[in-house]
Design a protein around this ligand. Sequence first.
Ligand SMILES: Nc1nc2c(ncn2[C@@H]2O[C@H](COP(=O)(O)OP(=O)(O)OP(=O)(O)O)[C@@H](O)[C@H]2O)c(=O)[nH]1
Length: 921
Amino acid sequence: MNSNDYSDQDADPFRAESSRRDSPPQQKAPLRPNYMTVGSGSTSESAARLMAMIDQDSGYGGSVADGEGLARGWHPGITEDRPTPSHTPVLPGESSAESENERRVFASHVHQLFYNQNKNALNRAIGQTVEVLKNLQKKNSEWPAHYPSVQRPTDHSSVPHADPRPGLHHTQSTLDNHYGLDQSPTSRPTPPRRAGTTVGAAHSQAESSSAAAQTAIPEPRLITPQLSQEFSVLKIDLKMGNLSQAELVHSLEKHSIAALLDGQIKQSVRHLYSLRERIEDISSKVLVTGDLNAGKSTFCNALLRRKVLPEDQQPCTSIFCEVLDARENDNIEEVHVIPKRVARYNRDDERTFEVHPLSDLEKIVTDSDRYSQCKIYIKDIRGLDESLLNNGVVDIALIDAPGLNADSVLTTAVFARQEEIDVVVFVVSAANHFTQSAKEFIFNAAREKAYIFMVVNGFDNIRDKNRCQEMILKQVAGLSPATFKESSELVHFVSSNAIPVAPAELNRPGGVDGSSSGSGPGFEDPGKGKEKEREKIHAFEELEASLRRFVLEKRSRSKLAPAKTYLMHLLGDLHSLATVNRDVAQAELDRVTKDLSEIEPAYEKSRKVRAEAGEKVDSTVEDTASEVYKFTRDTLNSSIARVAEEDLGVPYPGLFSVYDYAEDIKSAMIEIIAEKVEFCEEHARGRIGDGFSAIKSLGLLHLGDSFAHVSIQPQQIYRRKKDALARYIDLEVETWDFFDVSSLWERQEKVAGTSMALTVAGVVGGRLVGGVGWLDGTLGAVRIVGANNLRRLIIPGLIAGVVLGVSYALSSIPQSLPRRLNAKLSTQLAALDYTHSNALRISSEVRRALKFPGDYLRVGLQRNIEKLQGKKQETSQLKEESEVARKYFSNLIRESERIRTAVTSVDLEGPSPGIAAAYSS
Ligand SMILES: Nc1nc2c(ncn2[C@@H]2O[C@H](COP(=O)(O)OP(=O)(O)OP(=O)(O)O)[C@@H](O)[C@H]2O)c(=O)[nH]1
C-alpha cells in the first residue's frame, strides 16, 4: 500500500483495505464486537479448529500420506471472515496498530495453511500419478498400448467403409474427414487399430499381441489430429529427416511405439519426482537488485532489522551477498566467501569457501576481484510472525546484488532468471527514477518473472510525493504491466534508512538478542511522537507484509504452479490414452468374442470328422484286405486241388520218356499255380484301387485341394520278385505214380461186364498193385470155371492177365500220373502253408498300400484340429487380454479423472480464503 494512501485512510484500516481491493462485502470488518481468547478458557469452535490445523500444519508440510485432509477440503468456517480473535481488545469498528498487526499475523497463518494445503494436495496427486504411471508402464509391457496419432490423409482407399468395429475418430472435426464425399453417412468410421494391424482380412483374424507384432504395418493407427495435438506430456517426440512426427509414429512397429511410450512414462515419473522435490523444498530466494546506490543494502538491513550489509554513499556492493539464517550453519554467525575459482559452493566442503567474521563484510563486498559471492549466516532477531527469513512456511534467503550498471546488468538478469530465485525485488531511487540499466534489467527479468516487487527507496528525500508516485507508476506501467496492475501490493514507496536497526554484531553493548522488532533496546529510535517517522515505519511494515505474501504467492506460482500444470497435462494425456485404449480393447474384445463363437463349433466339428473319417478309413482298409485274403485263399485252394484237371499242355511222349513226362507235368502244374497267384495279385490291385478311391473321396471332402495330389500306383505293388515256387517243391516221381490204382479201380467198376481174362488180369493186376479184392476175384473164377478147369487155365490166364493188366496200366499213365502228382503237390503245398502265406502276403500288401492315403488323411484331419485348437487358444487368450486391458483402461480413465479433479481443485490463482484474502495481492 502506498504511504500516501495510508494517510488518507479513515480510522478503520480493514474497511479501507477491503474497499481498496474491491473485496466481497463479507470481508469487510464486521460491526459485531470483537472477542478475545484469553487464559485457558474455552475457545470458539473455529478458533480451536484453526489452532489445531496450525499445530498440525506448522508450515513445514503436513503429512502427505494423510488423505483425509484433502478429502475434507477447506473447512468453510475458516474461509469466513469472522471477528479476529485478538489479544488486543478493540471496540467494534475501531482498530489499532496492534490489532491490525494481529490481523496480519492471522492472515499470514491462513496464507500458510492455504499454501500448505495446496502443496499437500499436489504432493498427493504426484504420488498417485506416479503410481498410475508405473502401473501403465507394466501394462504397456504386457499389452502394448495404442498410441493415438493422425490418420494418414492419403490413405482413402484402404479405409473400410462399413466396418462393424467402433471408431474413435468419429468425434473428430471435418478436418480429419478422409473418407471422401462419397462416403455413406451411415458408414462407421475407421476403427482404432493397433500398430501392426491391417485392414480388411486381418480384421477377421484373431490378433494376439504376438501375432500382431509379426503383421505388417501398412496402416497408421488412430485417431484425431486434435487428440494427437492434445498430447503434451506423453507426446512421442520424434525428429528425423523430413517426416512429420505423425508419419514417423505410423512407420513404427507397435512394440517400438510401446517402447517409446515406456520412455516417455519413465521421463514423466522422473519429472514428477523432481517436481515433488521442488514443492517440498521450503527455501525461497529473494533477489534484491537495483541501481547503484539506490539503497539496496540499506533496504536489506531494514528487512533484517540489523545492520548486516555495509551501506555507503558510494557504490560498495560488488559481489552477490546472500543472507541466510544461521540455523543453516549450525547457528554460527559468519561469512562464507566464495572465491571466483570455485564453481559451486558447498557448505560441507571447506575447500569451496573462506570463513570470515561478520565484521570483515565491508572489506569483502568491495573485493570483486577475488570473490564472486558470499553467504552471510546471521541469527534472525525477529519473531516468527514478523521475520522474513523464517516466516513459518519458507526459509527465505535475501540476496543483495551489486548495483546495476552497463556491465552488471546482464549478469544480474541471468542471476534473476535462475529457477531458484522466486522473487525479484527491485530497489529504485525515488530521486533518480529508473536508469537505462534499470529499464534494461526489468525488461529482461519481466520476461521470466511477470511480477517484480518494486521498492521506491529514499522517499523521504522527495518533496512532491504525489508527483513522484505518479511518475514512477507510469514508468512501471511501461516496464512491467503485470506489476503495475498489482501496484498497490507490488510497488512501495519507503525510506529504508528510517527503519531502526540493530548493530551487525549482537553481542556488542546495546545489541539486541533478537526477539522483538520495532523500538527495542539498541535501535536507533527515530524519536517518540515524531509522526512522520512513524508513518515511514508503518509504510515499511506494509511493504514487509506485502513482500511476505508475495513470496508465498510467488512460491505458489513458481513452485506449485508448474507441478499443477504438469499434472493437469499429464493426467489429460493419461485420460486420452486410456480412452483410446479402452475403446480399442473393447473393439478387440467384441471381435475375438465373435471369432471365438465361430471357432468353437468348427473345432468340435473337426474333432467329429476326424473320428468318423478315421473309422471309415479303417473299415475300408480292413474290408479290402480281408476280402483279398479270402479271395486269394479260395482261388489258390481250388486251383491247387484241381490243377491236374487243367490243360497242362504236356503231350505224352510214350513209355520210354515217362520220367521226362512226369517232370514236365510237374513244372506245368507249378506254373499254373504260380499264374493263379499272379491272378490273385491282379485282383488285389483292383481292390486297392477301389479302396484308395474311397479314401481319396473322404480326403477331398475334408481336406480339400491339399488331398488332390495324393495318389498311389497299384502297378508298383507286388513287383517284388517272388521266390520261384519250384525251388520249394520237391516232387519225387516214383514208379507207383505211373499206376494210379485207385483210378484204375474206379475204371474196373465202370467196365464190369468185360471178359474173364480181363477180370482175372484185373484181379491179378489188382493183386499186383495192391492186392485189393484178390480173394473175391479168385472165388469168382473158381465158381465160374470149376476147380479142375481152373487149375488148367490158371497159368495161361495168369500170363494173359498180367500182360493185359500191365499194358492197361501203362496206357493209362497220361491220366493217372497228373492225378498222382497233383495229390503229391497238394500235400507239399499244404505242408508249406502255401495258400495262407500267399493270401496273407497279398492282403498285407493291400493294407500297406492303403495305409499311406489313410495316414495322410488322418494326419491332415489331426492338423486341422490342432490348427483350430491353436486358434481357439490364441483367441481365448486374446479375449482374456482384451478383457483385462479394457478393465484396466476403464479404471485408468476413472483414476486419472479422479486425480485430475483433485488437482483442478488446487486453486493457485484465486483469492486466498477468508481473512487472508484481505491481504492478498
Ligand atoms: N535519505 C535516504 N538515504 C538513504 C535511504 N536508503 C539508503 N540511503 C543512503 O543511500 C546510500 C547508499 O545506500 P546503500 O544501501 O549502500 O546503497 P546500495 O544500493 O546498496 O549501493 P551499492 O550496493 O553500492 O550499489 C547510503 O548512504 C544510505 O544511507 C533512504 O531511504 N533515504
